[in-house]
Design a protein around this ligand. Structure first.
Ligand code: PEP
Length: 249
């Protein structure tokens, strides 16, 4: 798996106005320096996808989205179809982020449909999984992850159309991170399940770590076996931090 090219993905969450475009410009300007190390993906709020994708054309940063509706169109007020995001220039769509699982009660079955919607629109699905603090304390981490992987990943997942992001919920936005040993054990477990189900494709699929990744801890986390990049929240809002994380790969 050492040959898997890392992906550093930024999740801006519900942050970003047109005025913050300068930060994205700085990422585009710095991207060539890190292109030898990792692929870069920035997922701004949906309102900025088109503008960012236009700016990023021909540059070494891909633009993605944070969620999509399973259907291609229809009577779903306020929702956004994967086709619309792809039309705006998104080439990847995050699905099943823990904030959506928690805030919107998203089930594994719905997340699987959203991943299939991303594919239907020609985009890569970045599927998030992760245990809560309570589940971890109860010793349920591996069972939870197994259930989320079984339920959220569609049949037909490949290394080209799907990225798994392991994000322990207790590490998101808290400054807490698992130890390198814990990350190695969990990513190894995820790799084993992916390989059992998706064979050679599962062996090549990217498994990102997410949860309080920052420039000071990125290199240690990215060096762990079966960690093929990062999904970065808070630190992806600053170009300097985001690029420093990618340089640490
Ligand atoms: C995230 O929510 O995807 C995330 C990893 O957030 P943070 O980096 O801010 O912990």
């Amino acid at each position: 798996t050492d040959a898997i090219r890392p992906l550093i993905a930024g999740n801006w969450k519900m942050n970003g106005l047109k005025a913050q475009a300068a930060e994205f410009d700085a990422m585009l300007n710095g991207a060539a320096d890190v292109a030898g190390k990792a692929d870069l993906l920035v997922c701004p709020p949906a309102t900025l996808v088109a503008a960012f994708a236009d700016k990023a054309r021909g540059k070494k940063v891909a633009v993605g989205a944070q969620d999509c509706h399973p259907k291609a169109s229809g009577a779903h007020t306020g929702d956004i179809a994967a086709e619309m995001l792809a039309d705006a220039g998104a080439t990847a769509i995050i699905v099943g982020h823990s904030e959506r699982r928690a805030d919107h009660g998203e089930s594994d079955a719905l997340i699987r449909q959203k991943a299939e919607a991303a594919w239907r629109a020609g985009a890569v699905a970045v599927v998030c999984i992760g245990e809560t603090q309570g589940q971890r304390d109860a010793g349920q981490t591996l069972d939870i992850l197994r259930g989320q992987l079984d339920g959220s990943l569609p049949e037909g997942s490949t290394a080209a159309n799907l990225v798994v992001a392991y994000e322990p919920v207790w590490a998101i936005g808290t400054g807490l991170t698992p130890t390198a040993k814990d990350v190695e054990e969990i990513h190894g477990f995820i790799r084993e399940l992916l390989t059992i189900r998706f064979k050679a494709e599962g062996a090549k699929m990217r498994i990102l770590y997410g949860g309080s990744v920052k420039p000071s801890n990125a290199a240690e986390l990215m060096a762990v076996k079966n960690v093929n990049g990062a999904l970065v929240g808070g630190a992806s809002l600053k170009a300097a931090d985001f690029l420093a994380i990618a340089k640490g790969c």
